[in-house]
Design a protein around this ligand. Structure first.
Ligand code: ADP
Ligand code: MG
Length: 276
């Protein structure tokens, strides 16, 4: 599946996008860390598949190995056992076909403007000229609602705006898979809800494969096409569920039913909502 670009894409911008499917296969993956002379078993024999163009959520309690798995898909670390494939090729190292948006607000270059933060990686990783990279950066900053902040420096932005820049930067690079590790966890509740809705809107426009990590049941149900539930560490696969409430309003019975199903899978007491 070719990734469709927004209708305003110039021919040059469209040419940036290497045809990307974004099909991820995680096959029998176990990951151990060696720390202070002993082994930490972070992920235990996990297998799943992310279909091209889906919003795939990895949900589990803190410390269950979510970031570890995401970092392995990013290529930052290698599985101790098993393998991970992207579009049929084993992932060995990081690459521009996978871009990560992290939780931390300080993932931007402080000495570059908002525009520079999005355009510069396009020049380096995609070999675009200044004009092309600036035009493409503006288009994606537009998409995340930052068209009026292109000249601002990161220290002048709110946390939500910084995360928007990071998302625009990731999308502009047109990776096969967008990896998101609790990108909204540090935002205030109102901004978080708005960003979640915006991400759904962006996904509807780009149909990008998204691998999204969260410990929030509500966020998983708001954003996921499918939700993988991990057990507490070492992370094992408890279940993969189709999200019957994908696109349903927060206050709908479908949403509540899905939250309750997922909460049951996490085996939390009913009053422990698993939210931060
Ligand atoms: P999550 O993202 O679900 O909160 P992590 O993947 O960060 O969980 O961590 C899973 C387990 O692996 C935890 O027990 C954590 O302490 C451990 N861990 C994570 N990173 C390292 C590391 N670099 N070295 C040693 N242990 C680690
Ligand atoms: Mg984590």
């Amino acid at each position: 599946m070719a990734v469709s670009l927004p209708a305003t894409a110039s021919p040059t911008a469209a040419a940036v996008a290497a045809p990307a499917a974004g099909h991820v296969v995680v096959d029998g993956v176990s990951i151990r860390y060696r720390a202070d002379g002993h082994d930490v078993h972070a992920v235990d024999n996990v297998s799943f598949e992310i279909r091209p163009g889906e919003k795939f959520i990895l949900l589990g309690p803190s410390g269950c190995g979510k970031s570890t798995l995401l970092n392995a898909v990013a290529g930052f670390l290698r599985p101790t056992a098993g393998r991970i494939l992207l579009d049929g090729t084993t992932i060995q190292r990081p690459g521009p076909d996978r871009v990560v948006v992290f939780q931390e607000f300080n993932q931007l270059l402080p000495w570059r403007t908002v525009l520079g933060n999005v355009a510069y990686p396009l020049r380096v990783a995609r070999n675009l000229g200044r004009q092309e990279s600036d035009a493409r950066a503006r288009r994606f900053l537009d998409m995340v609602g930052l068209d009026r902040s292109v000249g601002a420096y990161p220290h002048t932005l709110s946390g939500g705006m910084k995360q928007r820049v990071a998302i625009a930067r990731a999308l502009a690079l047109d990776p096969a898979v967008l990896l998101m590790d609790e990108p909204f966890a540090s935002l205030d509740a109102l901004t978080r809800t708005r960003m979640q809705q915006e991400l759904n809107g962006i996904w509807a426009q780009t149909r990008k494969t998204i691998f999204f990590v969260t410990h929030s049941i509500q966020e998983a149900v708001l954003l996921g096409s499918r939700i993988l539930v991990l057990t507490p560490g070492p992370g094992r696969l408890r279940a993969i569920v189709e999200n019957a409430a994908d696109g349903a309003p927060l206050d709908s019975p479908e949403f509540a039913a899905m939250e309750s199903q997922v909460r049951g899978l996490l085996a939390l007491p009913l009053d422990g909502r698993g939210e931060s």
